[in-house]
Write a protein that binds this ligand. Structure first.
Ligand code: AMP
Ligand code: MG
Length: 473
């Protein structure tokens, strides 16, 4: 595997050299053979001692220094001009089979220039949580950073109590975020902004031309991504500008969650007291973040500020229609309706789901099974029989011949339910990896029904319900 460090060719303001801490007793906890295949890495290598040393951050990078990337960010609305990789580092990038490149990022490898007093480490449970949920996202067909492996370091990490330390190898098209542009803009580094735009276009935006084309493309990708999340009941939980990636992949699996019972105002994050990142706020927050990106690009969009603002506004105005079109297309498909003029039914469906706190995933699975001619009870998903009959009459009238195929391909049976993720992580803590592997089997092919995985379909009981999730540190 030829690992390069392409990012080092960018202006030095964008990164700092990083030193990998060495880990005494690394142990491979989980490795992603399928992803290794996509990267062109042999399975045997992934499970070798040489790989373990690299994935633990022990191997000196033969190709050059690892780098910590600098970025800024609006965190819950407040701007911090100096964030950056505080506990992760860019190990390098590799070319894969189709000629595109992927970056390898090691998370939990020790302090960097940007650690700001924190320890630079990561816990095993937070890294496995990222592994599991990023696999779920990929299984659903949505763009995401991937997880190649999690290695236990054998060292203690102190949080509220001592925890197992770990290193996650994260794979992404690029780790450049909205916050990376903000870092440069806050320092007046206009030439570096232009270089970064060119870098991102060359890396993963073939066919895109110029700063306005770039902005348009980032906007379109975020509109599609957020619509995709919402069609599966996903709440990102911490949509700070440093957690919005330019390539349009889901990044930063901190306090995120897939909803059980549908509540449009649902928030999971323990620190999101005002509901800034609630389920139904995600498109608005996405647009807010993209507006911050557009501000950074103004000097490149036109010589005159007024003209630049006009161009930026035209681009930003395309976000909501693109989000809505994609959300409607996805939701209608989930209902087995191919006529895109029927979006009125989506509002009614979501409204009645909210009234009944219908389980987001089970509801659509039940509809799919109904269309397949299986015996299912729909009444539990409605507040009354009348409500169900009225809704059904409308739904029945709109479905086409191809309904079942559409529904089966868009309604997952298995999602990463919080209580199952937590139970799997607890079992790992007790030395039992089986529940995690079983969960992953369902999540990697979420549209394929398996009788042995029926329990993964279940919503949490009142005792099992996880009400809050915490930032993954
Ligand atoms: P996050 O909440 O994961 O998006 O992280 C926000 C910022 O805090 C990023 O700059 C991280 O690198 C940094 N950070 C989070 N946890 C740690 C840690 N344990 N050590 C150093 N930096 C951290
Ligand atoms: Mg982050």
């Amino acid at each position: 595997m030829l690992i390069e460090q392409s990012y080092a060719a960018l202006p030095p303001v964008l990164f700092a050299k990083a030193t990998l801490m060495s880990v005494a007793t690394p142990k491979l906890v989980i490795a992603n053979d399928a992803l290794a295949g996509e990267l062109g890495l042999p399975r045997e290598w992934l499970h070798s001692d040489a790989a373990l040393e690299m994935l633990a951050g022990n191997a000196p990078a033969a190709h050059g220094e690892p780098l910590a990337m600098a970025y800024a960010g609006h965190q819950f609305g407040g701007f911090n001009p100096s964030l950056g990789d505080g506990r992760a580092m860019l190990f390098g990038d590799v070319e894969i089979g189709d000629g595109t490149r992927r970056e390898l990022h090691l998370k939990g490898t020790g302090r960097t220039t940007y650690s700001r007093g924190a320890d630079g480490r990561a816990t095993l449970s937070a890294m496995l949580r990222e592994y599991i949920i990023s696999e779920a996202m990929h299984g659903l067909g949505l763009p995401t950073t991937r997880s190649l492996a999690v290695v236990e370091t054998g060292e203690r990490v102190w949080r509220q109590r001592p925890e197992q330390g770990a290193v996650l190898t994260r794979v992404a098209k690029s780790h450049v975020r909205v916050g990376t542009f903000q870092y440069l803009a806050a320092r007046g580094e206009t030439a570096a902004i232009a270089a970064l735009v060119a870098h991102e276009i060359a890396r993963h935006m073939s066919g895109v031309v110029g700063p306005a084309g770039f902005l348009d493309e980032v906007i379109a990708r975020q509109a599609r991504l957020i619509a995709g999340w919402m069609s599966f009941g996903f709440i990102h939980g911490v949509m700070n500008t440093d957690n919005m990636q330019i390539a349009g992949e889901t990044i930063d699996y901190g306090p995120c969650a897939f909803m059980d019972g549908f509540d449009p105002q649902k928030v999971f994050s323990s620190i999101d007291e005002n509901g800034r990142y609630a389920y139904d706020k995600q498109p608005m927050i996405g647009l807010w973040n993209l507006t911050r990106l557009a501000e950074c690009l103004l000097p490149l969009l036109a010589n005159e500020r007024e003209a630049a603002i006009k161009i930026a506004e035209e681009c930003l105005q395309r976000f909501m229609p693109q989000f809505e079109a994609e959300f409607e297309r996805r939701m209608l498909t989930k209902l087995g309706i191919s006529d895109l003029e029927q979006a009125g039914l989506i509002t009614k469906t979501l409204q009645q789901m909210a009234n009944a706190r219908a389980d987001f995933t089970q509801f659509f699975t039940a509809l799919t099974r109904q269309v397949a001619g299986r015996e299912v009870e729909l009444l539990p998903f409605f507040i009354s029989e009348v409500a169900m009959m009225e809704w059904r009459a409308e739904w029945d009238a709109l479905r086409g011949q191809d309904a079942l195929a559409l529904m089966a391909a868009h309604n997952p049976i298995y999602i990463a339910r919080n209580h199952r993720v937590e139970a799997a992580l607890t079992a790992v803590g007790e030395g039992n990896l089986l529940p995690m592997h079983e969960l992953l089997i369902g999540l990697q092919k979420p549209f394929e029904e398996r009788t042995e995985l029926t329990s993964l379909e279940l919503a949490p009981s009142a005792q099992e319900e996880v009400l809050q999730t915490f930032c993954g540190t």
